[in-house]
Write a protein that binds this ligand. Structure first.
Ligand SMILES: [Zn+2]
Length: 406
């Protein structure tokens, strides 16, 4: 019986989608790298004798259902796609650990009372079509399928085109009732995003919740003019307002009650016309705001938007605000998490600021997460990492949990 070592499996995946320009790895829905990852999933799962299938939403599933395993499955897994130039573990660690755990349970002769199903969720990062957790959201029926079919990637290819070219029927995407009904619970192992486990001195923790979060677009309009000929007191410069919004985002998050875990970021802006010797006419900024509870996010964003309105008024500019998305706080299943904690003998519980497929599924079935220590806390970067020892400790923990829950 083959036992999969998660460190060796990750080494096997290292050449797939390595990005020579950005560094790190770029693996996006159904591109060459993603297909390479998917082929590895099929090959590895089949080498264990698992039954592999791909659903209409391009999620992959590998099921272990030996004699005596009946009823709904316990699902585990994560995603094999990445952000552009991402790290080696965000996603793959959970899939690799799931297959490693199944291989170990097989080797030790564990007889599960229910099937165990390993998932690779499609386009979790949303890097190709802009919608995060695309595969799990489609599975759960949380997206307008018509709108999804029309999403376009950077080259202009639509989701429907890409799915058709890969042999899928884009007309068949959407909520998959039988598949959801066939899952009793979902447990996702993931590299920690942030640095909470390192100071606690422990390789593994359990997730309590995902911060409430949203994205707002601010369009600040002023008056474009000459950078040399326009007197300072007659300018209406939207860049000045944008700068104040960037600072307000940080200052308001810093000033919030630390218990709210508030954070606000402007990571993207578009400047029109964008000439080095021209006062801009318009600046668009994207504000990402997160906090423990929905009301904390609302209070944080209200404060930042008030600052933005005041800054715009002082500069003679207009500001328009659009809410692009809002995701309510996710609390993971307490009974499931308690059962996992019992099996693991008591480990720390930590919240997370990042979205996950487990968060999407938690609205539909019991879901929980295991985090593996990330010593520097770096995420969505080639510098993300975990020690080999901790990677193996994570797979050990998942094995323990699957053994206890099946
Ligand atoms: Zn991830």
């Amino acid at each position: 019986m083959t036992v999969i070592d998660p460190v060796a499996a990750l080494a096997e995946l290292a050449p797939v989608g390595a990005d020579p320009v950005r560094g790190g790895w770029s693996r996006h829905l159904l591109d060459d790298a993603d297909r390479g990852m998917r082929a590895w999933f099929v090959r590895t799962a089949e080498s264990l004798g698992l039954a592999v299938e791909t659903d209409a939403n391009a999620n992959q599933w590998a099921t272990w259902a030996p004699a005596g395993a009946t009823g709904k499955a316990l699902a585990t897994g994560s995603h094999l796609d990445s952000v552009p130039g991402g790290g080696p573990l965000d996603g793959p660690l959970g899939v690799v650990s799931a297959l490693a755990a199944v291989s170990r349970l097989m080797a030790e002769g564990h007889a599960p009372a229910r099937p165990i199903r390993v998932a690779n969720f499609a386009e979790e990062e949303g890097a190709r079509f802009g919608v995060p957790c695309l595969g799990s959201q489609l599975l759960a029926g949380e997206l307008d399928t018509g709108r999804v079919r029309d999403l376009a990637d950077a080259s202009g290819a639509t989701y429907a085109d890409v799915m058709t070219a890969a042999g899928y029927d884009p007309g068949a995407i959407g909520r998959d009732e039988p598949r959801l009904r066939g899952i009793a619970a979902y447990v996702e192992l993931h590299i920690e995003q942030g640095r909470q486990l390192e100071p606690l001195g422990t390789p593994v923790g359990l997730a309590t919740s995902i911060l409430a979060h949203g994205r707002w677009r601010l369009t600040v309009t002023g008056r474009g003019d000459h950078a040399g000929a326009t007197e300072l007191d007659s300018r209406r410069d939207p860049m000045v307002v944008a700068a104040e919004v960037v600072l307000a985002a940080r200052d308001r998050a810093v000033a919030a009650d630390p218990a709210t875990r508030s954070r606000a970021t402007v990571g993207k802006q578009r400047i029109v016309p964008g000439g080095s010797n021209a006062i801009a006419s318009q600046v668009t900024l994207w504000l990402d705001a997160r906090a423990e509870h929905d009301v904390d996010v609302r209070a944080l964003v209200d404060a930042i938007l008030t600052d933005a309105a005041n800054a715009a008024a002082a500069e003679g500019c207009d500001v328009e605000v659009a809410e692009e998305s809002f995701s309510t706080r996710v609390a993971f299943d307490a009974a499931l998490t308690d059962a996992m904690d019992d099996a693991l003998g008591g480990v720390p519980r930590i919240p997370t600021g990042a979205g996950h497929d487990a968060g999407i599924l938690s609205a539909h079935l019991p879901a929980a997460m295991i985090f593996v220590r990330n010593p520097d806390g770096v995420s969505h970067s080639p510098h993300e990492g975990a020690s080999d020892e901790d990677i193996r400790a994570g797979a050990d923990a998942l094995t323990t949990v699957l053994r206890a829950l099946t």
